[in-house]
Design a protein around this ligand. Structure first.
Ligand code: URA
Length: 210
């Protein structure tokens, strides 16, 4: 299996991401921009959703028209920054179910520690999109996906705003079967586990906590 990374390098996404990176961008703008980009990521992440058909009568003719088939999508946000991706995704997929996984990075080991887990009870047959803006070390994403895989979801994708080569490598060593959808791949990870050039701490910028 070839691990898949889709970079949504649309001009609108690039422009909005540049605005998000700027350190003077306000919390309100950062939040709004993340919602807007998330809609565009949702568009790409849902590209292979299965379609059926249904009979529709237009004013001129009766046709078999495409319609989404299958069970509802499940969005799972990795707390806390993953919350910033939910609103945009839900704009496009309003009946999606939502789950939350709480993980924090141990500042010394940079490893993910789980403190909360609540997802829809039956994930089988569901398309699950796991959301976290920054794929940095990959540790949180790897741990979240490991946990979610125990519920045997129909399909899984990981959606982020920014990734780096180190995070992608770690993630796909652990989960080669899970495609990544991202707005950009930055240069590198620094010694503190931050993406460079990146945009800083996504949670702090989203919630104004610093
Ligand atoms: N988490 C963030 O919020 N930013 C980074 O650069 C890396 C991890």
């Amino acid at each position: 299996m070839t691990p898949s990374v889709v970079v949504v390098d649309h001009p609108l996404v690039k422009h909005k991401l540049t605005l998000m990176r700027a350190k003077e961008t306000s919390t309100a703008s950062f939040r709004a921009l993340l919602t807007e980009i998330s809609m565009l990521l949702a568009y790409e992440a849902s590209r292979d959703m299965k379609l059926g058909t249904k009979t529709v009568e237009t004013p001129l003719a009766t046709i078999e028209a495409p319609t989404l088939e299958g069970k509802k999508v499940v969005l799972i946000a990795i707390l806390r920054a993953g919350l910033g991706i939910l609103d945009g995704m839900l704009e496009l997929m309003p009946s999606a179910r939502v789950g939350h996984v709480g993980l924090y990075r141990d500042p010394k080991t940079l490893l993910a520690v789980e403190y909360y887990y609540k997802v829809p009870s039956d994930l089988s047959d569901r398309d699950v999109l796991v959301c976290d803006p920054m794929l940095a070390t990959g540790n949180s994403a790897i741990a979240a996906i490991e946990r979610i895989k125990q519920s045997r979801p129909g399909s899984l994708k990981f959606i982020c705003l920014l990734a780096c080569p180190e995070g992608i490598k770690n993630f796909h060593e652990a989960h080669p079967d899970v495609p990544i959808v991202t707005a950009a791949i930055d240069e590198r990870l620094n010694e503190h586990g931050y993406i460079v050039p990146g945009l800083g701490d996504a949670g702090d910028r989203l919630f104004g906590t610093k």
